[in-house]
Write a protein that binds this ligand. Sequence first.
Ligand code: HEC
Length: 107
Amino acid sequence: MTRMFIKAAAAAALFALGVLAAWGQTDPKDLYLDKCASCHGADGAGKTAKGKKLNVRPVKEAAAKSSAADMEKTVENGKGVDMPAYGKELSKEQIKGIVEYYRSLAK
Ligand code: HEC
């Protein structure tokens, strides 16, 4: 009985930790600011030093031409030589969230 309780408590603690860790990593805005803004800009305009050098398109232009699904593929697989691939580092859900956030900057 006690052993079962300990197991259950340990499972609950692990679960809570997992939820916290996942939550910390899945806020799309934080992920965007952390991983994408250096090139695409916090406002999505791509007017950072790196963004200008690499000819990053402003999100307004990009969102008018590409669907969210296209963008998710680009983020997952990368594009050209300068847009890194994030498929290994980020889950599909995270990429979806980031693209949604990125596109919201176009409005
Ligand atoms: C090292 C700079 C850099 C970083 C960091 C970066 N990108 Fe890009 N991104 C680019 C460049 C350059 C292009 C244009 C590639 C081309 O058209 O050949 C691009 C293209 C894109 C596109 C295709 C639409 C468009 O604007 O042409 C999307 C969507 C995109 N990036 C999203 C992201 C997201 C989301 C992240 C963060 C997870 C990210 N990028 C991080 C440089 C970067």
